[in-house]
Design a protein around this ligand. Sequence first.
Ligand SMILES: [Zn+2]
Length: 306
Amino acid sequence: MNTNVKKFDNGIYQIDVHMEGKPQRMSCYYIDTTDPILIEVGPSNSFPYLISALESIGIQDVKRTAITHLHLDHVGGIGHLNEKYKKNFVYVHELGIKHLPNPERLWKAVSDVYTEDWLKKNWGEIKPIPLENIKTLNDGADINLDKNRNLKALYSPGHAKHHYTFYDEFSGTVFMGDTLGLIYPHGSFVQPNLPPPDFDQEILFETLNKIEKLNLNQLAIAHFGIHKNPYELIRNAKESINNWIEFINKLPNRSDKEASEELVNWIKTNYKSLGIDEDTINNYIGNGNFEMQINGVRRFLNNKKL
Ligand SMILES: [Zn+2]
């Protein structure tokens, strides 16, 4: 087992795929059961990390993959995976049918936000997968893992309209994607992730409320890792999201760039109050794309006024 893999109880493996070449940014998960499944592939550039991690735990073939949502840090490497494991089929929101066999539009939409140069350098290009390798998800559908164990797909919009989370009742784990937000190793509080065009506070809270009612032992989030205090984290996430909205709402006359600078200063102050040093904070804040966060929140607030 290589150093990027961490084994948890009940056959759950957390895999660090070194997103943007850095550790502890993006985790994929592998549930090793009678019918095993990979959850998330990470971006294309992370593919070598994913494969060497899987091989280090003896996985020579991947037959099934579940994707939380169609953002390229989660699904970008899927074409690489299907090139290597031709029989792999992918569980994803029905919009995957439209985009994964022809990812050009998805690529264009993301390039408009991040720029094409940034995308190629940091996440890498997405390759298509055949239509017949895609299985679309329905809310409440069970993916069988073992004789007495299922992974339940829960439709979970709010961060993205094409978002599913996956509930493994047997281990009390929800694989959250980006529904909760981000928790990096340098701080315990949840950093919201509220991108345009889909972020909607009310819808996201409905999703979090639904997850909060489940029997939970841990949350497995994409950015980053498995956390053993699920209910506390869900409460923290709601509080952080409301704080961000309130903060951004008070900056109506600033451009997205100016408002993002103020947001970053405020977040830094919050991290510093936890006793975290400046270099560590800057290391993680660097890839936050805060202008996009401002844009996501403003779009939600404007839509609400209509
Ligand atoms: Zn993400």
